[in-house]
Design a protein around this ligand. Structure first.
Ligand code: FE2
Ligand code: FE2
Length: 503
């Protein structure tokens, strides 16, 4: 029975429309799905399979069957678990790929040319009957086969009886296949470039994370929490984020900004990143002080020796040495990072610094100005200058990313990343921006960054008390107008941070 094809001219018009639709689809998985759908539409096929030729094998990418209502592969659909087809000529799809030729079969059960045990087995399991078949190689602009389109069971439009694929169906499918192959090549190229870029971004983040043991995985965790927060915002149907819905493209920009937010740390000196004591720069100056104190001790002992007959002087020398040792001990304590150094400790420090000893005939202070300044740091272990250098990483993030050609939907990546230390009340850096100039993605990143920093110390935030403290600190920062309170509440109330545990 001759298949009744709809008007061929209409089909050509449809083919043109399809060609345009295919070239507009840049998402590879969605594109593959569309190719099979359109090919089935043009050829009136009940079922279709698309394979891509990768590593010398045909990989199942899309499987559609109307009768069985099976739709596998593609964007968001069930994955396909079939093993790839080897390039052996007894397989009809492999043959089409090897020879670059179209194969048309009236009834596969009567065809002895190829091994159809696979389809037969499939039919036995599903109750389907594979009959007519059209196998078309997909050739790109260079004539290279990049995949195979296999259509099964052409249906007579009125009766839905299975009929052979006719000459029109073959021609239309071949035309579609070549358009499809070019679209697939383009989409693959875009995907490969994107994957490569994302891979590079992650490698860069991992490299920076690896520089410091203290901040290990900081960027990875911030990037993850950042995207988790953005997703949580998208899921919100009420409250302050009811009207916010980041598109897929915006999510991509948000994600990349998260991964690149601390890229400026590449310029921070390693000794500063790793700095453990107040006098470390990059070697610990406390060692020089120790040597100096040993020298002073010798002077004191020598002075005592000269007057050994006098027991009183002897006792004075012992006391002076004891004092010196106490002072050194105290300086070693001061050298450690601290929560809050009190006034009495500072006063004692200044007192030690004022003491002098004789070197080359000249009096010298126990501590020079730089040492005194470093040891006088009241909180942590960084001097104001060092804090300034650390903070420069945000400026460097801005500068570095400004050099990268972020275009289109990624154009805001440098802004989001460069603003992660800006605060809504204008106290942030590098630019001290006001709230109106800080968009939501930058605010999300800032909250993710602070949360990670607060919980990074021992990763013990799972303990309820520690977590409560972190919440209190975040809420205080929101109240002070530093962090966005809606984002902070979302993080806390929706327990978004719990999904971070796998990182
Ligand atoms: Fe930072
Ligand atoms: Fe950070």
């Amino acid at each position: 029975m001759e298949k009744v094809m709809p008007d061929f001219k209409n089909q050509i018009e449809r083919l043109t429309e399809i060609g345009i639709a295919l070239s507009a689809e840049l998402h590879l998985e969605a594109l593959l799905e569309k190719i099979v759908r359109y090919a089935r539409e043009l050829s009136q096929a009940d079922a279709g399979t698309l394979y891509l030729l990768l590593d010398g094998k045909l990989h199942f990418k899309i499987l559609q069957n109307d009768t069985l209502q099976i739709f596998q592969g593609g964007a968001g659909a069930q994955p396909i678990t079939f093993e790839p087809v080897l390039l052996e000529k007894n397989n009809v799809s492999a043959f089409a790929a090897i020879e670059g030729k179209t194969i048309v079969i009236g009834d596969v059960y009567e065809c002895a040319e190829f091994d159809f045990s696979g389809p037969r087995r499939y039919d036995a399991i599903t109750g389907y009957r594979t009959r007519s078949m059209l196998v078309v190689p997909m050739k790109n602009h260079e004539g290279a086969v990049i995949g195979v389109l296999q259509l099964i069971n052409a249906l007579e439009p009125e009766t839905k009886n299975i009929i052979p694929f006719d000459a029109d169906a073959v021609r239309l499918t071949e035309a579609l296949a070549s358009q499809a192959a070019i679209a697939v090549s383009n989409a693959s190229l875009i995907k490969e470039t994107k994957d490569l870029f994302n891979g590079l971004v992650k490698v860069l983040a991992m490299t920076i994370d690896a520089r410091s043991h203290a901040t290990r995985k900081h960027i990875q965790r911030v990037a993850t929490l950042n995207i988790l927060l953005a997703r949580a915002i998208n899921e919100k149907k009420d409250g302050p984020f009811a009207g916010v819905n980041f598109s897929e493209k915006e999510m991509e920009a948000i994600s990349i900004a998260g991964w690149l937010h601390d890229v400026g740390k590449i310029t921070t000196p390693n000794w500063l990143v790793e700095k453990k004591s107040k006098l470390e720069r990059p070697f610990d100056l406390i060692e020089l002080i120790r040597e100096r104190f040993a020298f002073i001790r010798e002077q004191l002992s020598a002075a005592g020796c000269c007057k050994q007959e006098n027991p009183q002087t002897n006792a004075q020398t012992d006391a002076a040495i004891k004092n010196l040792e106490d002072d050194l001990q105290f300086l070693c304590e001061c050298n450690k990072p601290c929560e809050q150094m009190d006034e009495a400790a500072l006063e004692r420090l200044r007192g030690i610094a004022r003491k002098t000893y004789i070197e080359n005939g000249k009096p010298r202070p126990y501590l020079n100005e730089e040492e005194l300044r470093a040891l006088s740091v009241r909180r942590g272990n960084l001097t104001p200058e060092e804090i300034g250098v650390m903070r420069q990483h945000a400026l460097w993030t801005k500068k570095i990313l400004a050099e990268m050609p972020f275009k289109g939907h990624l154009k805001n990546v440098p802004m989001y990343a460069g603003q992660h230390h800006e605060r809504l009340n204008g106290t942030g850096y590098p630019d001290g921006l006001a709230a109106a100039d800080i968009p939501l993605p930058s605010r999300i990143l800032a909250v993710a960054d602070v949360f990670e920093a607060l919980t990074a110390k021992d990763r013990s935030y799972k303990k309820e008390t520690n977590l409560m403290e972190v919440f209190a600190l975040l809420r205080r920062a929101a109240q002070n107008g530093e962090l966005d309170s809606d984002v902070v509440e979302l993080l806390i109330e929706d327990k978004v941070f719990e999904r971070l545990d796998d990182v």
